[in-house]
Write a protein that binds this ligand. Structure first.
Ligand SMILES: [Zn+2]
Length: 452
């Protein structure tokens, strides 16, 4: 029996990986597709990607090969904005942002001061992400440091690459969810020292949004970001009209919502801003000029009635804004990045903007990896990259199989149907660090000894 740490495993199927952004490189030059491909993995990393016929012969004795004959093998999906404490408020009826927070989200977040409850929620959450093929996410915890500990401990146990942080709030939330500027700084820094760069875990400084932080707290968050330039910053920006008006009232000196974050040094290439729907031209320039990332959360924006993200406006300028895609569970209504991309397509339809399937699959893999500055580690299948994979079945449901039977071999047609009709049922398997992380699916044939 080979040593687990150095054992060679491989996944065989139809391999698809992106080499560039289809919107920039052109569709035909943006991806690599291998009809019978093999991804060879060892020690948590991808060692080789190529034709199965050639690579199978190179595997050492004792290697295991998971064969998904019809499966589409891609890099694991990446979700750039999600709240793990909101697994029990997803799908809560009838409110827009500020009321939704008060009525549903804050009471649930208060319950996560209990470390056992936090640990149980983290387990459910990570199970759910992996079932949906998501292997990396940028995650909001609660204001309680124990919620961050519980999350990172569970992620470390599973070997997933996750970004997370303690939410900072020192006003406009229930007393049990408030910290102070100094307390929030010190608790965040202690968590950052403990977890940032430990194994695959990364820390994000996480002021929830300007509405729930004082000037002093935002200033402290900016100081923390300057002291730790490799850490991320994540927050919300310009989601809802009532939120924008309330923020302007709290920061009367600011010429815009984005200018509040600018003032405190919170813009930059490692800063992720959820939503970015109702921006003025000056705000778009601030985001573009600072290299900040605007995070499009379509199911959340539709569910909370927040508005329609304007991709063409942010991307179609001389200095484009960097854009990522995310679920925003529990304002978002699905953990699936397939569903999320399908809803993004519909939002853009309402904007009369097109978004081909290749662009969508690029976005949820390599595009989101690059938005996180992790494009040389995750998001594509290349030797030396981390071995996080998803295997998709584009015939997963009767409706999908029926649809697929009516189409030819065109890859972009298959991808578009997979996106539009697919969800967690289309995820045949997820691999983290080279190991199967979901129950073995029926579509898989494990070959104990590779065929020679
Ligand atoms: Zn959010």
């Amino acid at each position: 029996m080979a040593d687990e740490a150095v054992a060679t495993t491989a996944v065989r199927g139809r391999v698809l990986t992106f080499t560039g952004d289809p919107a920039l490189a052109g569709a035909d030059r943006s991806y690599r597709y291998i009809p019978d491909g093999l991804v060879v993995m060892q020690g948590g990393l991808i060692r080789a990607v190529g034709d199965a016929a050639a690579l199978l012969r190179t595997l050492p004795p004792g290697s295991t090969v998971d064969h998904h004959p019809a499966g589409l093998v891609m890099a694991g999906f990446i979700d750039t904005h999600i709240h793990y404490p909101q697994t029990r408020v997803i799908g809560s009826y009838g409110a827009q942002l500020l009321e939704w927070l008060q009525r549903y989200t804050f009471p649930e977040e208060e319950r996560l001061h209990d470390p056992d409850r936090a640990a149980g929620t983290a387990r459910f959450f990570l199970d759910e992400l992996l079932r949906n093929g998501t292997t990396t996410a940028a995650v909001y915890c609660t204001v309680h440091p124990a919620s961050v500990e519980a999350f990172f401990a569970e992620s470390e146990r599973r070997g997933t690459r996750m970004i997370a942080g303690k939410v900072l709030m020192d006003r406009n939330a229930p007393p049990d969810l408030l910290d102070t500027a100094a307390q929030g700084y010190h608790e965040s820094e202690a968590l950052l020292h403990r977890w940032h760069g430990r194994g695959r875990q990364l820390y994000a400084i996480t002021p929830r949004f300007a509405f729930t932080s004082t000037d002093a707290q935002l200033e402290a968050a900016g100081a923390l970001a300057r002291a730790h330039p490799t850490a991320y910053v994540q927050t919300h920006l310009s989601e809802n009209h009532a939120e924008i008006a309330a923020t302007k009232a709290l920061f009367p000196w600011a010429r815009s919502y984005t200018a509040v974050y600018e003032r405190y040094g919170l813009l930059g290439p490692r800063s992720l801003f959820g939503h970015c729907i109702h921006l003025d031209e000056d705000e778009v320039e601030l985001l573009a000029g600072s290299g900040s990332v605007a995070v499009f959360c379509p199911t959340s924006n539709l569910f909370l009635g927040s508005g329609l993200f304007d991709l063409a406006r942010l991307r179609g300028r001389a200095a484009p804004v960097r854009v990522a895609l995310a679920t925003d569970v529990g304002g978002g209504t699905s953990y699936s990045m397939l569903r999320t991309a399908a809803e993004a397509y519909k939002v853009l339809q309402l904007r009369r903007q097109s978004w081909p399937a290749l662009d969508a699959f690029y976005a949820i893999t390599r595009g989101n990896a690059e938005a996180l500055g992790l494009g040389n580690q995750i998001g594509s299948l290349e030797p030396g990259h981390e071995a996080d994979l998803v295997v998709l079945d584009s015939r997963a449901t009767p409706a999908m199989a029926h649809r697929r039977a009516g189409m030819g071999e065109d890859l972009s047609e298959e991808l578009f149907a997979l996106l539009t009709l697919g969800d967690d049922r289309a995820v045949a398997a997820t691999y983290v660090g080279g190991r199967l992380a979901t129950p073995a699916g029926a579509a898989r044939v494990r070959e104990a000894e590779p065929a020679r």
